[in-house]
Design a binder for this molecule. Sequence first.
Ligand code: HEM
Length: 354
Amino acid sequence: MHSYILAIILVLTGMFLWQWFSTLVRRKKLPPGPIPLPIIGSIHLLGNLPHRALHKLSQKYGPIMSIRLGFIQFVIVSSPEAAKLFLGNHDAVFASRPNTEVAKYLSYGKKGMTFTEYGPYWRSVRKFCAVELLSVTKINSFAGMRREEIRLMMEELRDASMARKVVDLGETVGAVIEGMTCRMIFGKKNDNMPFMKRVLDETMEVAGAFNLADYVPMLAAFDLQGLTKRLKLLKKDIDEMFDTLINEHEKCGLIGSQRPDEMDFIDILLSLKHQYSHTHDELSYTIDRSSMKAILLEMVAGALDTTKTSVEWILAALIKHPRLQDGMSPSDLDMKEKFGLTIPRIKPLLAIPT
Ligand code: HEM
């Protein structure tokens, strides 16, 4: 028994010393940054608000700093000039993303654009998404739908205001954005579809969670936070949701016969699957159900939290600083000019009782 304990202590001490030694050797080649602790690295420095903690650290170590989180070495770039170097001059080197647990379970074998490695498929899938799904023409074709959703939200806010009800703007804006996103991608809203709503909420929660296994990979097998179990269940639900949606679109039998401005993202992906396309060579050969699902999931996950959070932050900034410039109130603010939003200014911006 004692010899087992001794062996474990020796192995752990060996690991500890090896990690400590290799860190010291590697640190000489890395940009400046905090000295990491064994095993956890500098995870303890992130606190509850990692963006603020990293900002503070960057003020101490500079716009290009290194930080080890668990076993993974990161380089944090935090000035526009440095970001240009990494994302512009050396973009090909940094184009691939790390293998995270979320990627393992939800990327459909890296068939979308987010987790696929840099190469011909990476180029093909990105070109397809930029040209066919996110082009100005395509996004403009949904303008009527967006206007309709905003009108409905304004009516809801006006009714609430007349009834002197308090409105949770974050929730209201979130619901509108979810509705618009689902209509654009799936062709229908998720408000009367509890299963879809639950699956999307769970996706955003699990995909955004801090997963210890991404930083200390040897802990992955233990699933200490229960996230792997949730990811496995979620993968099944996502599959079921997409199968239902794709089957419904296929059953409609309209593929290829709709006007381009009537097609949602599933229609467009199905039309590529059914017609050989020279424009997207690499993808046309490989597009199948799983690549469709991978792209659809990335679109919906990419669209929801980012857009909701941006609008919420803009509203919070307006509420906290109602007088933006001399004599200017929120209702005078030109959202397009100030925030680059393509929606016209809505007057009044907020309709809640005081
Ligand atoms: C205000 C809203 C948005 C913000 C602030 C935002 C921000 C970002 C950022 C910072 C990235 C990472 C870029 C990188 O790593 O190089 C990203 C990637 C991505 N976004 Fe957005 N985004 C927004 C809206 C959207 C919308 C509406 C969609 C879909 C319709 C979308 C889909 C995606 C996808 C699929 C990726 C991954 C692409 C890749 O791997 O390069 N995003 N977004």
